[in-house]
Design a protein around this ligand. Structure first.
Ligand code: GTP
Ligand code: MG
Length: 198
């Protein structure tokens, strides 16, 4: 039955090194946490099948490396993505600036209809907070007509991690028929090429 086939959703995680991207993915996929997590090299891939509102969704998750030396690889991972989770660390103000740079890059170079979620991670470290939630959620409100999704998470304490992915999937545009998806995609890429040249 076609209706029972999972919808495949490509998600990319972006954000400064050390904000907890890999930890969020590990928590979501394996429900575990490492207090010592190795910095990602290049990118890593994981997938997970969940059910949201009775519908199966298979997340194809690209966890990018946040170190600046890997920045130029990012477009390979956000290309064709349906959604992006951009992460900052509430205890490090500079990671919130980096988040804003990633959002700008996605708006300029990412897929036109990409759904963006902002994850304010390490919410368990409230005593070391450097970024106020109000400031970050107000920023999120400016990103879309309806505001980007804003979720405070803790990979360590398993706060709002599965909710983040479920809420993200609820914001995806309705699935189009197979034929029309292809047509739309090729039309868009043609238009992009045309606008680039001359
Ligand atoms: P790169 O791969 O270098 O881009 O970093 P990353 O964003 O993947 O960060 P990573 O998941 O490796 O986490 C960095 C450090 O933060 C690790 O020591 C984690 O244990 C810790 N960490 C991640 N999430 C949390 C959290 O929610 N709370 C706390 N207290 N620590 C966390
Ligand atoms: Mg990582």
């Amino acid at each position: 039955n076609m209706a029972d086939e999972p919808r495949e959703v490509k998600v990319v995680l972006l954000g400064d090194t050390g904000v907890g991207k890999s930890s969020l993915v590990l928590r979501f996929v394996t429900n575990s946490f490492k207090s010592y997590s190795e910095s990602t090299i290049g990118a890593s891939f994981m997938s997970k099948l969940i059910t949201v509102d009775g519908k199966p969704i298979k997340f194809q998750i690209w966890d990018t490396a946040g170190q600046e030396k890997y920045h130029s690889l990012a477009p390979m991972y956000y290309r064709g993505a349906a959604a992006a989770i951009v992460v900052y660390d509430i205890t490090r103000k500079s990671s919130f600036q980096t988040l804003q740079n990633w959002v700008k890059e996605l708006k300029q170079l990412g897929p036109e209809d990409i759904v963006i979620a902002i994850a304010a991670n390490k919410s368990d470290l409230g005593d070391q907070r450097e970024v106020e939630s109000v400031a970050a959620s107000e920023y999120a409100m400016t990103l879309d007509r309806r505001g980007a999704l804003f979720v405070e998470t803790s990979a360590k304490e398993d706060t709002n991690v599965s909710q983040l992915f479920a809420d993200l999937s609820r914001r995806l545009p309705a699935v189009k028929k197979r034929g029309s998806v292809r047509k739309t995609t090729s039309l868009q890429s043609t238009q992009k090429n045309e606008s680039k040249c001359c």
